[in-house]
Design a protein around this ligand. Structure first.
Ligand SMILES: [Zn+2]
Length: 106
């Protein structure tokens, strides 16, 4: 059981439960003297700490390592796409100078 003080302000209908520290004497809002009464309530049951296996299971379900082959395949595809985009851009830049003549001919 935990014992403390229950402080109540009648005008504000404010109720404060205080444990472990000295209770306030006046209401923080209207500055009237608080009514104090003794308070006792049971301590809550401590939540059971998860075991190491439970923690490992949760981490495994949240984060899983992708297959290395898939990672390498994705990296190769990404690098190939980027390289082809750069190559096509450079080829466009090379042809940019003659594109004005082509438009004039047409
Ligand atoms: Zn008050």
């Amino acid at each position: 059981m935990v014992s403390g003080k229950k402080c109540r302000c009648e005008s504000c209908k404010l109720s404060v439960n205080v444990v472990g520290t000295p209770p306030p004497t006046v209401c923080p809002y209207c500055r009237t003297i608080l009514e104090q009464s003794d308070l006792e309530f049971p301590i809550a049951e401590p939540y059971p700490a998860p075991t190491e296996e439970e923690v490992r299971g949760r981490i495994k379900s949240l984060y899983h390592q992708p297959h290395k082959g898939n990672v390498i395949l994705l990296a190769v595809i990404a690098v190939t796409m980027l390289a082809s985009a750069v190559f096509l851009q450079l080829r466009n830049a090379e042809n940019y100078g003659s594109s004005r003549f082509i438009e004039k001919i047409i």
